[in-house]
Ligand binder design. Sequence first.
Ligand code: ZN
Length: 315
Amino acid sequence: MAKNKIQFQRGMSIPDFITQYGTEKKCRDALFQLRWPNGFVCPLCSNATYCEIKSRKVFQCNRCHHQTSLTAGTIFQSTHLPLTIWFLAIYLLTQNKNGISGLELSRQIGVSYNAAWRIKHKLMQVMLERGGTKRLHGRIEIDDSYLGGKRVSGKRGRGAGRKTPFIAAVETDMDKKPQRIKLSKVNGFLQEEIERWSIENLEPGTRVVSDGLACFNAVVNAGCVHETHIVGSGKQAVEHPAFKWVNTILGNVKNSLKGTYHSFQKKHIPRYLAEFQYRFNRRYDLPSMIPRLAYIALRTPPMPLRLLSFAEQKW
Ligand SMILES: [Zn+2]
């Protein structure tokens, strides 16, 4: 049987990880390189010369004497945990196909559940903010879906009570193989919501393939071309070739979230979707996910618990 090149790719082994990020100095050096790839730059006056005050772990600008730490102004700011713990969390979050629950993370990195939860949600917030930046293009399959909540008796799928609605979109290449995905929580499946989402997430000219749900017509208002396939419901709809990938991804998302988390709060759903999306879109290069996530974490502003809760309201 042919080997699946994604499943069988070489990830980063634990010995490789320890070699690269196993000590506090290695983690500090890695972060320094990622934060200042061309050498130190003073955040206040852009001067490049500095001295290091090792006892306080700060860098002092030689011109304006401003002092800054490696993690000031980043998602790692004011952490009391060693950087080795942060890198280990990044490793576990990115290298496992289905992610890792807060509870399991706390066991594996040896910190309290609350501390593990905060690390995990800060890193998921980094993924969420990053995920919004690149728009899909070419051909995409799109579908409406729901997560969580209790099913109201007799109602399934569309319109089911208290579930969280989200859009699943899969960009496919010339061979109709999946490339990138977007999983976005929406405020219901209404024309104006789909229009807003399309402007934000799709390049004009994108060919959008959907079933007959009326709201998806709104993609034309974002300059996209709409292709509709009326598929009926049930098994026939799920197996329709036009939606092969969006249905596969939806099945994987739901199984992955159910398998890893068992239950999660509704308000955190955008972060869980962002986490799945982040890993999927970078699945061809597992080892590079560690420095890449650290790189954007350094460019994401600090997020104390108060703000971490505030961000949940926004989505
Ligand atoms: Zn300065």
